[in-house]
Design a binder for this molecule. Structure first.
Ligand SMILES: NC(=O)c1ccc[n+]([C@@H]2O[C@H](COP(=O)([O-])OP(=O)(O)OC[C@H]3O[C@@H](n4cnc5c(N)ncnc54)[C@H](O)[C@@H]3O)[C@@H](O)[C@H]2O)c1
Length: 266
């Protein structure tokens, strides 16, 4: 974990920060000198993170699909830490299902969480940065699935592809605000969200397929987020950066032995 002070005195809002990669990012950011405002719907995760990170963190309930919640989270953060310099938009989830079985409500819920929720967070983080006039950086968690034919994840991967597009548009709209906007696209990373792959005994098949020969760990993605938010990444803007062990490089999904069948059979 990063322990130097590359984010000294920076204030970051992190959605979906009670678990998985968002939580690892909150921990890594505090270790790198930042203060963090963590919003999530997982209240037990929020309270254990608050205990762990103490005065460097403010953990509060926030459902990113509700604009009022997002506005309140950012206002709480500004009240406690004065300003917002960094947005990390991690809230997301997927429930695999074939297209033929996804009903309209499930489609809407998946898009609301993974695309609209990301839009709302990005919008209000940018407004907070505009208010102090010193710019900032917004990192949006997308996914390797946005770039592949991710069978079983049509709703989720469509939302993530929309998030990639939003990154490009926002980077251009925010050029005069000095706000960098980046997409961080993980491959398979061991978190509660991805546990289904381990539960279904599919990880060995995945490991033989990806160039790095393994799934990722949340700490590896957190280290990437620290770098992208830091001054060392000052010329990275409007890009989708993969942290996927090479998965996107071979373009496969249904070719992963078993995994395509697994999703098709759900
Ligand atoms: N784990 C992977 O393999 C993987 C791969 C690619 C992309 N991702 C993306 O990375 C991000 C983090 O996922 P993770 O793997 O750490 O999963 P995770 O389940 O550990 O964390 C996701 C967090 O989002 C929160 N959340 C869900 N709905 C919310 C809502 N309406 N408002 C606020 N918070 C909400 C959850 O409570 C949880 O704490 C997600 O956007 C996910 O789509 C994950």
């Amino acid at each position: 974990m990063t322990t130097n002070n590359v984010l000294h005195n920076k204030v970051a809002v992190i959605t979906g920060g009670a678990s998985g990669m968002g939580r690892a990012i909150a921990q890594a950011f505090v270790a790198a000198g930042a203060k963090v405002i963590v919003g999530d719907v997982n209240e037990s995760g929020l309270s254990s993170l608050q205990q762990e990170l103490g005065a460097s963190a403010l953990a509060a309930r926030c459902d990113v699909t509700l604009e009022e919640d997002v506005i309140n989270l950012i206002a709480l953060g500004e009240e406690k830490f004065d300003r917002i310099d960094i947005g990390i938009n991690c809230a997301g989830a997927s429930v695999p299902k074939p297209i033929l079985e996804i009903d309209a409500e499930e489609w809407d819920d998946t898009l609301a969480l993974n695309l609209k929720g990301l839009f709302l967070a990005l919008k209000h983080e940018a407004r907070a940065m505009k208010s102090h006039g010193e710019g900032g950086v917004i990192i949006n968690m997308t996914s390797v699935t946005a770039s592949l034919a991710a069978t079983g994840l049509s709703h989720y991967s469509s939302a993530k592809a929309g998030a990639n597009q939003l990154v490009k548009v926002a980077a251009n709209e925010f050029r005069d605000l000095g706000i960098r906007v980046i997409g961080l696209a993980p491959g398979l990373v061991r978190t509660p969200l991805a546990q289904m792959i381990w539960d279904a005994d599919l990880v060995d098949a995945y490991n033989t397929y990806v160039p790095s020969g393994r799934a990722g760990e949340a700490d590896e993605v957190a280290a990437m987020a620290v770098f992208l938010a830091s001054p060392s990444a000052s010329f990275i803007n409007g890009s989708i950066i993969f942290a996927d062990g090479g998965h996107a490089s071979n373009g496969g999904w249904t070719d992963i032995a078993g995994i395509g069948d697994y999703y098709r059979e759900l």
